[in-house]
Design a protein around this ligand. Structure first.
Ligand code: ARG
Length: 231
């Protein structure tokens, strides 16, 4: 009821880059064609705001740079996007909804045990991500290779094209489940994910924050959190 005037045709168009398990994954059986923590959370908020919901797969780099949102292609970025001072210059963010870290993924049995073992090794990172920034500042002597998304990173490490992958911890975790890859180190970067909108859309952010807060209070946030993050 209180969201109708904030978006076109009463539809909240949400953009994110999938797959980024467990935040955004394609799912033919889901109402929007996608599922995941970000998708379900924004879907529930949209419903409370009286809005229809569309989820569009969008290159992460164009989301984090502000391009996809400021051009009007989407109303909201929901892409496990870390709130940073730099991004705040081009975008508005909701309150944080998830605390995250960076992590180093290697093949089981690799001789890489910490980031000090990365000299002369290749490390895959995602273009435009906070992981890329962390790697540039902290992985001395490693050869960094950029890939557009986690799907390409996962392919590259499985094919042995990179020796390690530096990626958000909650997204590396699913890659360890078959026992062939392991997380050898975590980096406490103090990151918080937020949903993003274009500058000037303060009212949308305000309404969104209100509903997010209500979901934290009535237990529906915890329910969704447990669904995706309890093992
Ligand atoms: N949290 C990291 C960042 O903000 C990576 C996010 C990538 N998200 C995605 N859906 N591909 O830079």
């Amino acid at each position: 009821p209180d969201g109708i005037d904030l978006v076109q045709d009463g539809t909240l168009t949400v953009c994110g880059e999938a797959p980024y398990e467990p935040f955004e994954m394609e799912d033919k059986n889901a109402p929007s064609g996608y599922t995941g923590f970000d998708v379900e959370l924004t879907e529930q908020v949209a419903k409370k705001m009286g809005l229809k919901y569309v989820y569009k797969d969008t290159a992460f780099d164009s989301l984090q740079s502000g391009l996809a949102l400021n051009s009007g292609e989407c109303d909201l970025g929901a892409s496990a996007m870390t709130i940073t001072e730099d991004r705040k210059k081009n975008l508005l963010f909701t309150d944080g909804y998830y605390d995250s870290k960076q992590s180093l993924l290697v093949a089981e049995g690799s001789d890489i045990k910490t980031k000090d073992d990365l000299k002369g090794k290749t490390v895959g990172i995602q273009t435009g991500s906070t992981g890329e920034i962390y790697a540039k500042e902290n992985l001395d002597g490693a050869e960094l290779k950029s890939f557009p998304g986690d799907a390409e990173l996962w392919q590259a490490i499985q094919a042995g094209q990179v020796d390690a992958v530096l990626q958000d911890l909650p997204v590396n975790i699913p890659h360890t489940k078959d026992g062939k890859f392991a997380i050898v180190e975590e980096y406490d970067t103090g990151e918080q994910y937020g949903f993003a909108a274009k500058k000037g859309n303060d009212k949308l952010i305000e309404e969104f924050n209100k509903e997010l807060k209500a979901m934290r209070e009535d237990g529906s946030y915890d329910k969704l959190y447990d669904k995706y993050f309890s093992t």
